[in-house]
Design a protein around this ligand. Structure first.
Ligand code: 6PG
Ligand code: NI
Length: 186
């Protein structure tokens, strides 16, 4: 447990203070995420950071409400926008996202119905229990959001690896284009 606290966040870096762990995911951490394997392999050359997750010191324990700030840098792999790995919570726990900057989207999937929620600064995205969730940067600047979730939620990445997310989000001439999910070839 931690005492009541004020948590500040830095508009420019997306960092929190006081800070807990910061997670950095580079292109090489995202094997099997993008449909176009060849484009992903080519992107390994520079192995850029795709997203970072800063957290406050609130622990992931039952009863606590941990929070984190995710920053997804702009970019595409084979026309598919930069995105998070995506996960299902291990326990039936909801979550709330608040858009802070940039343009993004929240892709949700319950195994049958894909859903898409547009996220702008000030948007609140609600993730009900039993819905896998993935965030996508559909703009050309960093997309950043605050997440608040029950401390005993848990993160199940295997569910998404097995079921996919229903849709993939590609750059289209008229804005983001949602196409049926395919597993990467090969
Ligand atoms: C959570 C949130 C959120 C998420 C990050 C990174 O449950 O903690 O949904 O903080 O973890 O946006 O996404 P991935 O965990 O899918 O890589
Ligand atoms: Ni989550």
């Amino acid at each position: 447990p931690v005492p009541p606290m004020h948590v500040g966040f830095d508009d420019r870096s997306g960092g929190m203070s006081p800070s807990g762990p910061v997670l950095v995911r580079r292109m090489s951490d995202l094997r099997g995420l993008y449909a176009d394997q060849a484009a992903w392999t080519a992107a390994l050359e520079s192995d850029d950071v795709v997203y970072e997750v800063a957290s406050s010191p609130v622990p992931e324990l039952e009863g606590e409400l941990p929070q984190s700030i995710t920053t997804i840098l702009p970019g595409r792999v084979g026309g598919e926008f930069h995105m998070t790995k995506g996960h299902m919570h291990t326990r039936p726990r909801g979550e709330i996202y608040l858009g802070l900057s940039g343009l993004g989207g929240l892709l949700l999937f319950d195994g049958e119905r894909p859903q898409w929620i547009e996220m702008r600064p000030g948007s609140i995205g609600y993730i009900p229990p039993h819905w896998a969730h993935r965030s996508v940067n559909v703009g050309d600047e960093p997309y950043r959001f605050l997440a608040v979730y029950p401390g005993d939620s848990g993160h199940d990445y295997g569910w998404v690896a097995e079921h996919g997310m229903g849709h993939r989000v590609f750059h289209g001439s008229g804005g983001p284009e949602l196409r049926p999910f395919t597993f990467p070839a090969g």
